[in-house]
Write a protein that binds this ligand. Structure first.
Ligand SMILES: NC(=O)c1ccc[n+]([C@@H]2O[C@H](COP(=O)([O-])OP(=O)(O)OC[C@H]3O[C@@H](n4cnc5c(N)ncnc54)[C@H](OP(=O)(O)O)[C@@H]3O)[C@@H](O)[C@H]2O)c1
Length: 259
């Protein structure tokens, strides 16, 4: 006997597939047999390399340039995917803008507006398009938002990560409550320190060896930084039939940092 995750048929859309965490999610969903359509914003060479990597291993994968902060871009993406491949089974928000760590009192107004627009409005456009597509196809679907485990534990100098993600978490919970009756499940995965994408940049470029080791040993009960796969496997489980009674939840994947 063995237990294997199983999934409803359909394509998965991964917004932010060219990012460190998004790329991991694309790989694991393709490996599980799903057709992956991911978005990039500015890094086309990363998108090309990821597609080549996945297709070389027999996976089905393509990408589209999408500015999530522009609603018509997102609607165009969903229309294209539905026309080409029919049912959309899962939609994953794994995007987010870059920004500099700063104390709240020192954040330039323009930085705040940029981050709020790219992250909250970007996620809103994706979430709204997903709900509409799931309703139109009549048999539901899964929504996942990659947020941050910091929504439960205020991070000093990192409010531009946590505040937009708290808004996104509430949007996702709202979808779970309003649209559960249409077969739509909506959940969040909250990364802690992940050695990929933004987190890798932070760990490698912003922390010296001593601070890195201090954080690892004293703030993370499991005493390691996470990998993109840690997030990808959590998303994969939440999208599986085996998680079919789970909705409106946020799963921290952070080695215990949130405790
Ligand atoms: N890594 C961590 O340790 C960590 C921890 C907690 C939370 N998170 C959150 O998890 C998410 C993914 O993180 P990551 O480390 O993978 O970040 P990343 O490597 O910087 O990737 C960010 C992704 O978002 C895309 N993007 C940025 N602005 C966009 C826009 N306006 N429209 C469409 N796409 C846009 C980027 O596209 P291009 O690169 O093509 O421009 C890229 O695909 C982020 O929201 C981050 O805040 C990460």
């Amino acid at each position: 006997m063995s237990t294997t995750l199983s999934f409803e048929a359909g394509t998965v859309i991964v917004a932010g597939g060219s990012g460190g965490i998004g790329a991991g999610i694309c790989k694991r969903f393709a490996e599980a047999g799903m057709r992956v359509v991911f978005t990039y914003h500015s890094n086309e060479s990363k998108a090309q390399a990821l597609q080549a990597d996945i297709t070389s291993q027999g996976g089905l994968c393509e990408y589209e340039r999408t500015d999530l902060s522009v609603a018509s871009d997102v609607d165009g993406l969903f229309a294209k995917v539905r026309e080409r491949y029919g049912r959309i089974a899962h939609v994953i928000y794994a995007a987010g803008p870059h920004f500099e760590f700063n104390f709240i009192g020192a954040i330039p107004d323009s930085d705040w507006h940029h981050v709020v627009n790219a992250d909250i409005n970007g996620a809103f456009h994706l979430i709204q398009a997903a709900v509409r597509a799931f309703r139109a196809q009549g048999d539901g679907g899964n929504l996942i938002a990659v947020i941050t485990s910091a929504v439960e534990r205020v991070p000093v100098k990192d409010i531009m990560s946590a505040a937009p993600k708290a808004a996104i978490e509430m949007l996702v919970r709202g979808v779970a409550k309003e649209s559960g009756r249409f077969g739509i499940r909506a959940n969040c995965v909250g990364p802690g320190w992940i050695n990929a994408g933004l987190g890798k940049k932070g760990i490698e470029e912003k922390l010296d060896e001593k601070t890195r080791e201090h954080i690892r040993k004293t703030t993370i009960p499991l005493q390691r930084f996470g990998e993109a796969d840690d997030i990808a496997y959590a998303a994969l489980f939440l999208c599986s039939k085996q998680a079919g009674f789970i909705t409106g939840q946020s799963l921290a994947v952070d080695g215990g940092l949130q405790l």
